[in-house]
Design a protein around this ligand. Structure first.
Ligand code: C2E
Ligand code: MG
Ligand code: MG
Length: 709
């Protein structure tokens, strides 16, 4: 506070206590001589008496404050020097005063004799003067204080954060205007109000506990999230840091704190979460969420000793509809089926979509298998009802596989897998029917078996090889890195895609030796390219959870780096977001050790699992790869646009390199460049290539870059 400020607030206090109190009795008959003495002694306040709007007395100080002499003032109109806009207000106050209605202080602007505009704080009191009714005014110049207030308010308003002080009962005593902005309450309503008034009820315990802890420990809080209820009824999220306020002797008197509005960040997080857990077409829970719900259902079935059924529903001939009527009709059909499934079930049953034409239904709490059979019949019948697409009546049917906890599996994976196998058998049985899982089905699931047996020999038979897909650095327009992608060409099965064989390799544990082979081959290849005189690029290798959890993994990485002579900085290991979120506590130590080797870490398929900003900060990672499902419909899809942008911004704020994968078009590239994404990978720039082809691309690229510069 400045000296001026101190003075003026000091004066204000004096005024309040000495002069602004309403008189005890309405009209006071004052003895003018004693009155004058009092007044002059109390200083700072000019006194005048007005009768019939004319001055009949003005104190010396009043003359000094206004610049006018008593000769000029006495008999003159008392409203004359008041700012035109404020005159009516002051006149009304005088009337109210005479009617004894109000003695509240009021403010107005006054033009001094020297022409300067001053702010005045005034009260009037009705008195009898020379036997006639009059008003006694106490006139105080508060211009300096006003200026300070304005300045102070300006400063506080420019601070985005809200500042507040509450007493020990949580009642607001002091706060800046940002608090009004954040809560939507006007100042008058916040003054003296309890923190509870602005707290979302469900959240008020957390807030209370936070305050309580500060009180007990005397330690300030870390920022904690506080959900508030704004005046208009909407919710906002704020982050608050609170500390204890004490007197000089250490006695706690209240709390003070800083509040930041984090609603936008929360909204993005929630949007991300919704997108990550729901299917955009049907609005049903997606694979990730179905997994979580199933996990949850298993736990409670286990606890209460109940059964639980998983229905794997797959439409028959969906591909034909899609191909003959087109994508839009296909989408409409899927939506319709989703709605019908939803309608034919109880509210408590879960319906989710795994993707394509695959749906999952979870039935908790049923009495016997008969009940499941009835339900399965009902579902088949509803799906079969005709529907109209593009003016044509069409019919689809479904095949359903059913697995039951606990007899067909005790965990999420085996229940899903076995329901899937049972569904496959329902198809074999001529479609439009349902099958319960049974042990011998698994053995008979021949396609899978063929993959599994052949995969066991893939390494020794030299059937595995790698393709390499380039990653372009947007800033330098150079190839910054390359991702190794596994390929398998089997003598009987032909080319099997990674999405087909990697899940099986993971389940059987074969991924550990295969992954080791991939890592060694990729590192060797990288060094070979460098020996050919090509510029060094970073080599990204995909990992499975199984590998990371393998005890020898860290040693394998170390050995392979040493053996091949690849600089650790040029190796980048990709783990998927779902892996990370699956068991963060177990993974962080492993990842930290990998980082310590100097190897870089990337989160692959980012956006498909739900990681919050807070979680991501805990992982020792260098980059994130935006999942290609978000890139696919850029820039038309508004949701994906917003999500991609949010991920890019988030990555930047955490100092991570952001790579977009699956970039296929010029428009996508342009959008990503504009949003300052760091790198891109995808068919638009280059498909996954054979080693020689990639070497050629790298060579041409570095040559053309050289000739350009
Ligand atoms: P990923 O790591 O996300 O790899 C990117 C996938 O997207 C590759 O599929 C790649 O061919 C494909 N792709 C690249 N650009 C485009 C594009 O512009 N459009 C489209 N539609 N696709 C594009 P791929 O090779 O079939 O691999 C599939 C997945 O299999 C990989 O996804 C990765 O998760 C896994 N995978 C591949 N190799 C390995 C490996 O050595 N070990 C492990 N554990 N997993 C691997
Ligand atoms: Mg990858
Ligand atoms: Mg990916």
């Amino acid at each position: 506070m400045t000296k001026d400020d101190e003075n003026s607030t000091g004066m204000a206090d004096k005024i309040k206590t000495n002069h602004l109190k309403p008189p005890a009795s309405a009209a006071i008959n004052h003895d003018l001589a004693s009155l004058a003495k009092d007044i002059i002694a109390s200083a700072g306040v000019g006194i005048y008496i007005v009768q019939d709007t004319r001055f009949v007395y003005v104190s010396e100080l009043y003359q000094k404050l206004t610049g006018y002499t008593d000769q000029e003032l006495l008999g003159d109109n008392s409203l004359k020097n008041i700012h035109a806009d404020d005159r009516e207000k002051v006149r009304q106050q005088a009337i109210k005063c005479l009617k004894k209605e109000s003695f509240e202080p009021y403010e107005y602007r006054f033009t001094r004799k020297d022409g300067e505009l001053r702010y005045i704080l005034e009260t009037v009191t009705p008195i009898m003067f020379k036997g006639k009714r009059a008003t006694l005014g106490s006139f105080m110049d508060i211009t300096e204080r006003k200026i300070m207030e304005e300045k102070y308010r300006g400063i506080l308003e420019n601070i985005q954060e809200a500042y507040f002080e509450v007493d020990l009962n949580g009642h607001c005593i002091f706060f800046n205007d940002s608090l009004c902005r954040i809560t939507g309450y006007p100042r008058e309503e916040l003054s003296g109000a309890s923190y509870k008034n602005i707290t979302d009820e469900e959240n008020s315990r957390i807030v209370f506990q936070a305050f309580h802890k500060v009180f007990k420990t005397g330690q300030p809080t870390e920022g904690f999230d506080w959900r508030i209820k704004r005046k208009d009824g909407t919710q906002s999220y704020i982050e608050a840091s609170v500390s204890l306020q004490k007197t000089a002797s250490g006695k706690p008197v209240g709390f003070k704190g800083i509040i930041r509005d984090i609603t936008e960040r929360k909204n993005i997080e929630q949007e991300l979460q919704h997108l990550a857990t729901h299917d955009t077409l049907t609005g049903l829970p997606n694979r990730l969420m179905v997994g979580q719900l199933l996990d949850h259902a298993i736990q409670s079935a286990h606890r209460y000793n109940r059964q639980l059924a998983v229905f794997f529903v797959d439409l028959d001939r969906f591909k034909t509809v899609n191909d003959s009527l087109g994508h839009d009709a296909g989408d409409r059909l899927l939506k319709e089926v989703a709605a019908r499934l939803r309608q034919s079930l109880r509210h408590v049953d879960v319906v989710g979509r795994l993707g394509g034409d695959e749906f999952i239904i979870l039935i908790e709490d049923f009495q016997d298998v008969k009940q499941l059979e009835i339900l399965a019949h009902k579902i088949l019948a509803t799906v079969m009802q005709p529907m109209f697409l593009l003016g044509e009546e069409c019919r689809v049917t479904a095949s359903i596989g059913i697995s039951v906890f606990p007899q067909h599996g005790r965990d999420e994976q085996s229940l899903m897998k076995n329901a899937d196998i049972a569904m496959y058998f329902a198809k074999e049985e001529g479609k439009n029917n349902f099958q319960f899982y049974s042990e011998n089905m698994h053995a008979m699931s021949s396609a899978r078996l063929a993959i599994e047996t052949n995969l066991r020999h893939a390494i020794e038979r030299n059937e595995l090889y790698l393709n390499y897909q380039a990653q372009l650095d947007f800033r330098t327009n150079e190839i910054a890195g390359v991702e190794a992608l596994l390929r398998w060409n089997n003598r009987y099965l032909g080319l099997v895609t990674p999405t087909q064989f990697i899940p099986i390799a993971e389940e059987t544990g074969l991924i550990v030796p295969i992954g080791r082979w991939v890592l060694r081959t990729a590192c060797m290849q990288n060094v070979a390219w460098q020996k050919q005189g090509l510029p060094p690029v970073s080599m990204a290798v995909n990992l499975s959870l199984r590998q990371l959890m393998d005890e020898t993994f860290l040693q394998d990485v170390r050995d392979i780096l040493e053996e091949t002579g690849l600089a650790p900085q040029l190796l980048e290991l990709e783990i998927t977001e779902n892996m990370v979120m699956h068991s963060p506590a177990r993974l962080i130590p492993v990842l930290t050790k990998i980082k310590a080797l100097g190897v870089r870490l990337t989160i692959d398929d980012f956006g498909t699992g739900y990681s919050s900003l807070a979680q991501l900060k805990n992982f020792p990672i260098d980059s994130i790869k935006v999942d290609r499902s978000f890139i696919r419909n850029l820039p038309q899809d508004r949701d994906n646009k917003a999500i991609t942008e949010a991920i890019i911004n988030m990555g930047r704020s955490l100092n991570l390199t952001v790579i977009a994968e699956g970039v296929e078009t010029k428009e996508q590239e342009r959008f990503l460049r504009r949003k300052v994404c760091d790198e891109m990978q995808g068919f638009y720039f280059s498909k996954p290539l054979e080693p020689e082809q990639f070497a050629e691309l790298l060579r041409q690229y570095s040559l053309s870059r050289k000739s350009e510069s």
